[in-house]
Write a new protein. Sequence first.
Length: 239
Amino acid sequence: MDPLTAMAASGMRARQEALDMIANNLANAGTAGFKADREFYNLYLAPAASGGRMPLIERPWTDFRQGTVTATGNSLDLALSGRGFFAVEGPSGPLYTRNGGFKLSAAGELTSQEGYPLLDRNGRRIRLDPAAPFEVDAQGVVRQRGAEIARLRLVDFASPEGLAKREAGYFQLVSPVAGLREAAPEVRQGYLEASNVGPAETAVRLVTVMRHFEMLQRALVLGGEMNRRAVEEVAKTSG
């Protein structure tokens, strides 16, 4: 593969990865607590490029900046102000999320929208009387009829390197390097944290990356055409 074709193909691959990432961000712009993914480009030496440098997304990274917190008036909605995550019981172990849009099951369990039970500080499910109101204070203490029912499990991570992002904006601990620890964000009942995806900015980024992809695609076609003509000229000369 000639250097032009190799570099165009590598650039297209990197832009395709970026397009998938940006499209996922846009799809989750309305998901409470969602954290946007960003691309980090780097260059690597490639023999196919005759010593040239080719672009790739070295690693995607997650932007953990807080989204806007807005009032909903729904007592089942909880928002965190500051660093930290809610802990829920996922299908294969604990999951962590900033999405505080919870539900109350018929059995009185607080769960995420996907049905994952919200966990207390001791890793247990939180059960309430569905017929009575409940309160959650700024420290995450859940009370009903004046009695303390549970304290929310609120955690943070020293490093995001040991976290893996899952569907619907959940995170899973996959390595101890993340440094799981207790957190103390302010809990606000009746509020939700919005996604930190800026739809307008992300749409502009999507269009830009699409244009880059199209330019590289044209370069790839041009490279192929040049190679074809070179082969034809060699054939003519040989004949």
